[in-house]
Design a protein around this ligand. Structure first.
Ligand SMILES: C[S@@+](CC[C@H](N)C(=O)[O-])C[C@H]1O[C@@H](n2cnc3c(N)ncnc32)[C@H](O)[C@@H]1O
Length: 325
């Protein structure tokens, strides 16, 4: 189903609680167009939809319409990034439970959810976020498929050197190691039917084995450089490097499919999805990130001759959520 609309028109959508405020090109019903493959052209026309709202509800997204979920949620009340956002750890886990249930609902059967997350040390207490998120995703119905450790280069610490406490107090009991690791936990909704993918689609999405071997994707330890604070488009956003969604999207989706990031941030997952010929849906609480996301995806005046038919829609929910939880 296609709907034609004028550019830049504020249009109320029947029977929904949101407005489409901004768009380029045609406005497709993302949920139905995701099935469309453009197998005959080398370049895939892709469609990107940003929903401004709380991802505890994904009301705009139909059941089983997403092929892959890649995200990095807040790490509870992480100092520097999310200080005091949640009332307590219980509230945080409640939010994660609702989000996990929605991800399960919108994902197609057999498909994958990739969660970049880690335990968080707050005021000397470590919160077991990885273990709790794993339990939450299992409870939502997922199978636990794998865990990858992301190792950042030494000297690339994003914000704090916790080991500095020991330098100031070289005595027992002052030890807090600098954290160079994060987790990437991978869940699956049931089993994947490999025969459901047409041969042509498989071939257009073939993985480059040289890249796979050279960059050691085959191991449970991924060496990836993190984004440093102060980067132009990622200022004040706990961004992950493009390499993370790049690997996930290549390994777990086919061209022309749809990738969801419910904690979109600066739009890294959506950007990489576009680069790789996949559609994307992002959900983000902060309205002020719209222009950053638009820029990152290349829709803010950038000329991309080869993919000028791609579309970008923003949906701003009418209900404003005062609180995250
Ligand atoms: C860790 S950042 C994601 C960064 C992203 N991976 C990137 O590369 O830019 C988490 C984002 O989730 C957003 N967020 C937090 N809670 C949310 C919620 N309940 N619904 C939607 N977005 C939320 C925050 O505003 C923040 O931008």
């Amino acid at each position: 189903m296609k709907k034609k609309q004028k550019r830049g028109v504020y249009k109320k959508v029947k029977n929904t609680s949101f407005v489409i405020r901004e768009q380029t090109g045609l406005n497709y019903c993302v949920d139905q167009q995701v099935q469309q493959h453009h197998l005959n052209s080398e370049y895939f026309v892709t469609h990107h939809k940003l929903i401004i709202g709380n991802c505890m509800s994904m009301e705009e997204i139909q059941n089983e319409s997403v092929h892959l979920m890649v995200t990095s949620p807040p790490y509870f009340n992480a100092p520097f990034d999310y200080k005091c956002v949640f009332k307590d750890y219980g509230q945080y886990l409640g939010v994660m439970s609702k989000v996990a249930k929605e991800i399960f609902r919108v994902l197609q059967s057999g498909r994958i959810a990739v969660l970049n997350i880690d335990d968080m040390l707050i005021n000397g207490e470590k919160f077991p976020i990885v273990a709790d998120a794993t339990r939450i995703f299992l409870k939502a119905g997922f199978r636990y498929r794998d865990r990858i450790i992301w190792k950042k280069p030494e000297g690339y610490l994003r914000i704090s050197r916790r080991s500095g406490v020991m330098l100031q107090n070289p005595y027992p009991m002052y030890f807090y190691p600098d954290n160079l690791l994060e987790s990437i936990i991978i869940f699956q909704k049931g089993k994947f039917d490999y025969r459901s993918i047409p041969k042509e689609t498989r071939e257009t999405s073939k993985i480059d084995l040289k890249e796979f071997q050279d960059k050691k994707w085959f191991m449970t330890l991924w060496d990836m450089v993190n984004v440093l604070p102060g980067a132009t488009l990622e200022k004040d956003i706990a961004t992950f490097p493009e390499e993370l969604p790049y690997r996930a999207i290549k390994l777990f989706s086919y061209k022309g499919e749809t990738v969801l990031d419910p904690f979109a941030g600066s739009g890294t997952t959506m950007k990489v999805a576009r680069d790789l010929g996949r559609n994307s849906i992002g959900i983000e609480l902060k309205e002020k990130l719209i222009s950053i996301i638009k820029k990152k995806l290349g829709f803010e005046g950038q000329m991309q001759l080869h993919n000028s038919s791609d579309t970008f829609n923003v949906v701003i929910r009418k209900e404003k959520y005062a609180h995250i939880g």
